[in-house]
Design a protein around this ligand. Structure first.
Ligand SMILES: Nc1nc2c(ncn2[C@@H]2O[C@H](COP(=O)(O)OP(=O)(O)OP(=O)(O)O)[C@@H](O)[C@H]2O)c(=O)[nH]1
Ligand SMILES: [Mg+2]
Length: 414
């Protein structure tokens, strides 16, 4: 496990929120606590200050800072996690005033991301986001981060590099961006090849902790890490899934979404999530046992719309049915399941079959030589597995697009 270095004691953290009335601060703080848990911190106190706007120099007021300093000493806390984004200057001032290490919500999320990225592309995306965030906060950040705090906020780019060599960071950003473009190009290439092969893709999408990876594993037996932590999955993971109608689709598991996802992060993960925009079908997984399931559904839907996925057919998958005690009625667009116990998966697979567009099908044909142009069209549109010349015509095994299936049926090889 990355999130806390094994040889360090967990950070004892105080969460600090500012309630300006712009959003529901209490809910946001609950989520910050879950994030802190995920990062391996022990939360010893939560402080919320009501004020119309942040203090320029210190975010919260001087009185509150003194109070936090005293509480930190009393509770032996060494880390402050702010729910709002801080400037480098604010970090230094707060750190000086309280003697604690100071990070903000974005840094905490980036820290979790850094420990969890699996693929090369995911790792590069996180590192890039970290460098970019830090570059704008170099002044002050060094002191604010040099204190203990259980290693939180220090994963990824090394601190000394950050402080001493701005130019180094800039060139690192350039080379990471270059590497990322290469990876994107490769991914797009694979994507277009899939389309030619007539492979449909189904993306599992949803709020963090909804049970996406558990469902993915149940459906594909892939053994992808599933655990009760936020952001257990950071990269798109894809596996082949055979459907009851014999077609094989590519099923992908994606990163969990969260409210107030800092825009740098949406940017950083846009390319990964953009793969979702190519999907033929979206399984929108919901944790039916959460009280705010409707709101989470909406947050996820808005992010999907931002990514240009509004038109893609969607199935709402109400997961964790084992935990809720209300009537559960499934139809083609709303399916109740328990991914953990495997309940409802049959109905889900049927709904998937019914929701996917008709597509290419693999066929074995014997096409007379007089129909050469038809064969040529088939070759251009679909992948050819084998071809053999016989006295009766060309014996070919290939994917046939739905448009040609009727015409091709006349040539099915016996
Ligand atoms: N009771 C119950 N728990 C479930 C069910 N499905 C998943 N869980 C639990 O919910 C937690 C989160 O599951 P994951 O599959 O990791 O969730 P995820 O959506 O992939 O989460 P991220 O990748 O972090 O966004 C785990 O503890 C699962 O065991 C279910 O049907 N019933
Ligand atoms: Mg997951």
């Amino acid at each position: 496990m990355h999130e806390i270095r094994q040889n360090e004691a967990p950070a004892r953290a105080i969460l600090v929120g500012l309630d300006t009335g712009d959003y529901d601060a209490a809910v946001s703080m609950d989520e910050l606590r879950a994030l802190a848990d995920t990062a391996g911190c022990e939360v010893v106190l939560t402080v919320i200050q009501n004020r119309p706007a942040p203090e320029a120099a210190t975010c919260i007021g001087a009185g509150k800072l003194t109070e936090i300093r005293e509480q930190a000493a009393l509770l032996e806390a060494d880390l402050l996690i702010f729910d709002t984004e801080l400037t480098g200057m604010q970090m230094r001032n707060i750190s000086d005033a309280t003697d604690c290490k100071v990070i903000d919500r974005t840094m905490l999320i980036l820290d979790i991301f850094a420990g969890r990225a699996r693929t090369a592309e995911g790792k590069v995306q996180v590192e890039l986001a970290q460098y970019k965030y830090r570059l704008t906060r170099l002044t002050g950040m060094g002191t604010a981060l040099s204190r203990l705090g259980g290693g939180i906020g220090t994963r990824g780019p090394g601190e000394t590099k950050l402080e001493t060599d701005r130019r180094h960071i800039r060139s690192r950003i350039t080379s990471l961006e270059h590497a990322l473009r290469e990876m994107e190009r490769h991914r797009k290439f694979i994507g277009s090849r899939r389309k030619k092969d007539g492979i449909l893709t189904v993306a599992i999408v949803g709020y963090t902790n909804a049970g996406k990876s558990t469902l993915f594993n149940m459906l594909t037996d892939a053994g992808v890490l599933a655990e009760n932590k936020l952001f257990a999955t950071l990269d798109v993971t894809a596996r082949a899934l055979e459907l009851p109608d014999g077609r094989t689709v590519l099923l992908s598991d994606t990163v969990g979404l969260i409210r107030r996802l800092p825009h740098h992060l949406v940017e950083a993960f846009r390319s990964t999530l953009e793969e979702t925009a190519q999907a033929d079908l979206i399984l929108h997984v919901l944790d039916a046992s959460e009280a705010d399931v409707q709101e989470r559904m909406q947050i996820t839907q808005e992010l999907l719309n931002d990514l240009g996925c509004a038109e893609i057919p969607q199935i709402h998958v109400f997961n964790k049915a084992d935990l809720v005690d209300i009537p559960q009625h499934s139809d083609l667009e709303n399916v109740w399941i328990s991914a953990r116990h495997g309940n409802g998966l049959e109905a889900l697979l049927q709904a998937i079959v019914r929701s996917l567009p008709e597509t290419a099908r693999r066929m074995r044909l014997c096409i007379p030589y007089s129909e050469g142009s038809f064969l040529q069209r088939l070759r251009e549109e679909g992948k050819v597995f084998s071809e053999e010349f016989t006295p009766e015509g060309t014996l070919v095994d290939l994917m046939v697009d739905v448009r040609y299936q009727k015409q091709a049926a006349a040539f099915i090889a016996g």
